[in-house]
Design a protein around this ligand. Structure first.
Ligand code: C5P
Length: 213
């Protein structure tokens, strides 16, 4: 296959506090994970999902067991595909449009490493002990989202080097830029926000009604 979508969905959802894995929580009757799968599957050749231990899906997508950390989960996903390009997308971002997927696919073929990201709109400040330390130049700052897409060899190489050094990053673009490649910033979407806290869940529940119309 040329394009595989890799979906890390093995997190416990501790910060959400529902006592079930976050990816399996429903918004307007559909789980975060089903939403991610349905958004991606029409636009890729293969979908691989990483689930918490003891969970499985009815759908005909490839499923593996996730790891202890997100990075470990993605490393396992990378070994479960032979696709030339991988689109890594967190199940925790359920509002992914075809437009963003196409934008990411279009750019990764050229640059080999890309991430969805949004220019910062809030004032940004570096904190110091709970107080205002100093201003960060917002005009140079982007908030990083997923999907993140890579030539598979490139991101696999970055993961192997990170493993050797014991380096943990919060995402794959962070690993790629440290070890393997320039990472192109591709315009994401504010609707791609990550469902992490109960307040995010409240927003997502309300927005799902609009999204699903
Ligand atoms: O915790 P956070 O929201 O940052 O997790 C981002 C994504 O990584 C989620 O979709 C979560 O399910 C996934 N994850 C995973 N394996 C872990 C931890 C997180 O697949 N061990």
């Amino acid at each position: 296959p040329r394009f595989a979508a890799l979906i890390p969905a093995a997190g416990s959802g501790t910060r959400l506090g529902f006592g079930v894995p976050k990816a399996l929580v429903e918004l307007n009757g559909r789980t975060l994970l089903d939403r991610a799968i349905d958004n991606l599957s029409p636009l890729v050749d293969e979908v691989v999902v990483a689930l918490p231990a003891g969970h499985s899906l009815d759908q005909g997508v490839k499923q593996i067991e996730g790891g202890a950390t997100r990075q470990d989960t993605v490393f396992r996903l990378l070994q479960a595909t032979e696709a030339e390009f991988v689109l890594i997308h967190d199940a925790a971002r359920p509002f992914l449009s075809a437009k963003v997927i196409e934008r990411i696919k279009g750019r990764v073929v050229q640059s080999g490493a890309v991430t969805a990201a949004l220019p910062a709109t809030d004032t940004l400040v570096h904190a110091s002990g709970g107080f205002w330390g100093y201003l960060v130049d917002r005009s140079k700052t982007w908030a990083v989202q997923t999907p993140q897409a890579f030539r598979r060899n490139t991101i696999l190489d970055a993961h192997l080097k990170a493993l050797q050094e014991g380096f943990d990053a919060t995402d794959d673009a962070g690993l790629a830029s440290r070890y393997a490649s320039n990472v192109e910033l591709v315009l994401g979407d504010s609707r791609l926000f990550k469902v992490t806290t109960p307040a995010d869940f409240e927003l997502a529940t309300a927005f799902a009604q609009i999204w699903d119309q």
